[in-house]
Design a protein around this ligand. Structure first.
Ligand SMILES: OC[C@H]1O[C@H](O[C@H]2O[C@H](CO)[C@@H](O)[C@H](O)[C@H]2O)[C@H](O)[C@@H](O)[C@@H]1O
Length: 608
């Protein structure tokens, strides 16, 4: 049985990631890329769907764990009745060779260990052919995939697992090096585990040391930035929303989605956080990724792409997996990839304006690309869409989407760039004014005076917490104040913010989900904007109290069971944490800065 979501640690090498449970079992791993079929899928099924358990044989063993300074290298210290030992787990940076290295070291006394390796390719469905080669290498092959394990520990077949038993005392070290390779090629080259560990630690140390100081919250911010870095796919610069699929948004429910893709929306927030933290190289890599991914007809712009910009992300189900704690179906691919979500245009233009303001140089063609995209947006902004929450119900005129369309034209019209045709600027300004008038006429509740989820509705929506962070209206406008108040009244549950009332049927799914952590962090930023600093700080502290022992967050939280919910760790949550911490430290909203005019650093009208 899988562990609680918050009991997992993430290992990563900027190509893929693994989830290691507190009990030492690696229950999720996709190789060679984040979006490859899993070879360990016990997370969404059981041990027969693949996992690698490595822990003391003593069932009463206890452990503490931590990441080694500023890295994704995990150190677990085990204590048993007979001694102490540590396990160091990491994914080496070894170019095309991807895998996991685990080093067991004795500390005191003697500790008996057991390693149980169960490789199942194709998301736990395919049983490989396992052979022991003459050089002691164990290899598992099926179809296109090969996994090899090198270790001095003797491994034997037991049932459908490879099992090794050994013991360590002070000074002993038992390394295990597992690597993936295509099955038609020779086995991957051996890797020196000690050198691979030193290289990994050096890589992460160099990266972490470049992080700008973020004051009081530096440690938790740095951890979140490391997670974001770990979710980036180095060969292309794409950033996945999370390394998992189908961790449920409701226990036992069907809101189970594949997040191993690059969302333009999520990534624009990540870009801004990286720029704020001083990571211009990563921001530039992501900028290039977007330019390639969205190239072509603006009518074909997608909300998400594969790691290399792939466009076909068809959604299907894996019936052989019983789902995390029974939450079915398990889905691969994401049907939201073909949805129409109007907000994307404003988010992209806003993020690029923000990046330029902070010194990231745009491609010379950026002006042309922007003009073509805005021409397209001028034709489509009146259409209903599926919105930021990727609803699977009827498209609507979502207020957040319309404000983002306004933002795209407003920001473009304000950019002071040489050679920009004044005719364009006049046109963009006039369309921005037209959209604004439309929203103010149709998107405000006449009774409560707040913005609504969509035109003509009386429902609230937490995406409006992003609307209030733009300069669409000044922060002391009664409609802004009323919107924050109405969200507090309708969407705050146990002190956390939910996206919307799922009982309204707006999303076309059965009701019920956890509280959405990014929205809760946006409320922190709204409090900062409104000068409600005590409430901002209290909410932020409550939120960071939800991170697990390693500083990791999922997408949602269930206050009833006090458990994390949804895909894990989730970039959207971590980036919202970073921006909220930045806002608290600097007294103005970092997210508002993403949407601010090109010249201003602090958005107009925002109170410091
Ligand atoms: O709730 C239904 C939708 O949930 C997922 O989307 C959510 O995650 C995205 C990635 O972080 C985020 O950009 C979006 O705003 C969230 O609503 C899922 O990917 C969708 O397929 C699903 O319809």
């Amino acid at each position: 049985m899988a562990s609680r979501i918050e009991d997992y640690a993430m290992l990563g090498n900027c190509r893929s990631a693994a989830l290691v449970a507190r009990n030492g079992s690696i229950d999720w791993l996709c190789l060679p890329r984040f979006d490859s079929a899993a070879c360990f899928a016990a997370l969404l099924g059981d041990e027969n769907n693949g996992r690698w358990a490595l822990a003391p044989a003593d069932p009463d063993a206890t452990c503490t764990r931590q990441y080694i300074d500023g890295s994704l290298v995990l150190e677990t210290e085990w204590t048993t009745a007979t001694g102490k030992a540590r396990v160091v787990d990491f994914m080496p940076f070894a170019g095309e060779q991807v895998g996991i290295t685990r080093i067991v070291e004795g500390i005191s006394g003697r500790v008996d260990f057991e390693s149980r390796l169960t490789v199942r390719f194709d998301y736990g469905n395919t049983l490989p052919w396992v052979t022991s080669r003459d050089d002691g290498t164990l290899s598992a092959v099926a179809g296109p995939d090969m996994m090899v394990l090198r270790t001095a520990v003797e491994m034997e077949g037991e049932g459908m697992e490879s099992v090794g038993r050994f013991s360590v005392g002070p000074g002993d070290s038992a390394p295990f090096v597992m690597a993936w390779g295509p099955s038609h090629l020779p086995v991957p080259e051996p890797l020196d585990p000690k050198r691979a560990l030193d290289d990994s630690l050096a890589y992460w140390e160099a990266w972490s040391n470049r992080c700008n100081d973020s004051g009081e919250w530096s440690d938790i911010v740095r951890r979140s930035l490391i997670v974001l870095k770990g979710l980036s796919y180095e060969p292309t610069g794409g950033i996945v929303a999370a390394p998992t699929t189908s961790l449920p948004e409701q226990f036992g429910g069907e809101r189970n989605w594949d997040y191993r893709f690059c969302w333009a929306r999520d990534a624009t927030f990540v870009l801004s956080a990286l720029v704020n933290a001083g990571y211009h190289d990563e921001a530039s890599a992501w900028r290039d990724w977007v330019r390639r991914a969205v190239a072509g007809s603006p009518g074909q712009l997608q909300v998400m792409y594969g790691l290399a910009g792939e466009r076909r992300l068809e959604e299907y189900e894996l019936p052989w997996l019983k789902g995390y704690e029974g939450a079915r179906p398990v889905r691969v691919g994401n049907a939201a990839s073909s949805q129409f979500q109007l907000d994307i245009f404003g988010e992209l233009i806003g993020a690029f304006s923000h990046a330029m303001k902070h010194g990231v140089v745009l491609h010379p063609e950026a002006d042309n690309v922007q003009a073509v995209f805005l021409d397209h947006l001028a034709d489509i902004w009146r259409h209903p869409d599926e919105g930021i929450w990727e609803i699977r119900g009827e498209p609507r005129h979502f207020v957040h989407s319309k404000v983002m369309a306004w933002l795209a034209f407003a920001r473009a019209a304000e950019q002071k760039r040489e050679g920009l045709d004044p005719h364009y600027v006049r046109r963009w300004r006039s369309i921005a004014d037209e959209i604004k008038a439309d929203i103010l006429a149709k998107g405000v509740d006449p009774v409560r005076g707040c913005f609504t989820q969509s035109y003509g509705s009386t429902e609230l929506d937490a995406s409006l917490l992003l609307v209030t962070l733009t300069d669409f209206l000044p922060p002391d406008d009664p409609r802004i104040v009323a919107t924050v108040r109405a969200i507090e009244e309708d969407l705050l549950v146990a002190g956390f913010v939910r996206r919307y009332d799922t009982r309204s049927g707006v999303d076309g799914l059965p009701p019920g989900e956890g509280e959405f952590l990014p929205c809760s962090f946006w409320l922190v930023e709204n409090y900062v904007m409104l000068g409600r600093m005590d409430e901002a700080r209290a909410l932020f502290e409550r939120l960071i109290g939800l991170t697990n022992d390693l500083g990791l967050l999922a997408e949602e939280y269930d206050p009833r069971t006090k458990r994390l919910l949804g895909n894990f760790p989730q970039a959207f949550s971590h980036v919202a944490l970073v921006n909220a911490a930045f806002s608290l430290a600097h007294g103005y909203s970092a997210t508002a800065d993403i949407h601010a005019t090109p010249e201003s650093t602090v958005p107009q009208g925002v109170r410091a």
